[in-house]
Design a protein around this ligand. Structure first.
Ligand code: ZNH
Length: 141
């Protein structure tokens, strides 16, 4: 359900993110923890303070997974199957939190790539991140 132009916008912005996953991912996690402090409880074993290396490495992992997903956009369930098991079975992240992280990621993209982040690109990325989230909490049911 992604059009050719959705895919173009997703890939185009991902290529700019790819070389900078620690910084951009860390920023997205920082925004998540600052705006929604309750989300920090899932990471109580990590150092969640602003700019910590744990925050950067967690952010990098999340963005890399999103980059992998962008290359498998027509079969996200298969591509994210292991990650879906992890979130459903071990981490048990409340599904309501996914939307909050997606918002943080969109804000980071908008700030860093203002020219590329057109309304169409915004819509495409919103749809893409929502589709990833859906796969990650699909196995809860
Ligand atoms: Zn998650 C982990 C992705 C969301 C919580 N994650 C993780 C990882 C990845 C991810 C890749 C790593 C894995 C391994 O290592 O193997 N996530 C992701 C994505 C998303 C997410 C893509 C969306 C979009 N998560 C999320 C949320 C939350 C979470 C929302 C809450 C809030 N995760 C988590 C945790 C973990 C993870 C807790 C673990 C950490 C550690 O290190 O321990």
């Amino acid at each position: 359900h992604f059009s050719a132009s959705d895919k173009h916008d997703i890939t185009h912005i991902w290529e700019k993110v790819a070389g900078n996953v620690e910084r951009l991912g860390g920023e997205a996690m920082d925004r998540l923890f600052t705006c929604h402090p309750a989300t920090k409880t899932y990471f109580s074993h990590l150092n969640v303070s602003h700019g910590s290396s744990d925050v950067k490495s967690q952010g990098a992992k999340v963005l890399k997974a999103i980059g992998q997903a962008s290359k498998n956009i027509d079969h996200l369930h298969e591509a994210l199957s292991d990650l879906s098991d992890l979130h459903a079975q071990s981490l048990k992240v409340d599904p309501g939190n996914f939307h909050l992280l997606c918002q943080s990621i969109l804000v980071v993209l908008a700030i860093h790539f203002p020219k590329d982040f057109t309304p169409h690109a915004h819509a495409a990325w919103d749809k893409f991140l929502a589709a990833i989230s859906e796969v990650l909490y699909f196995k809860y049911r």
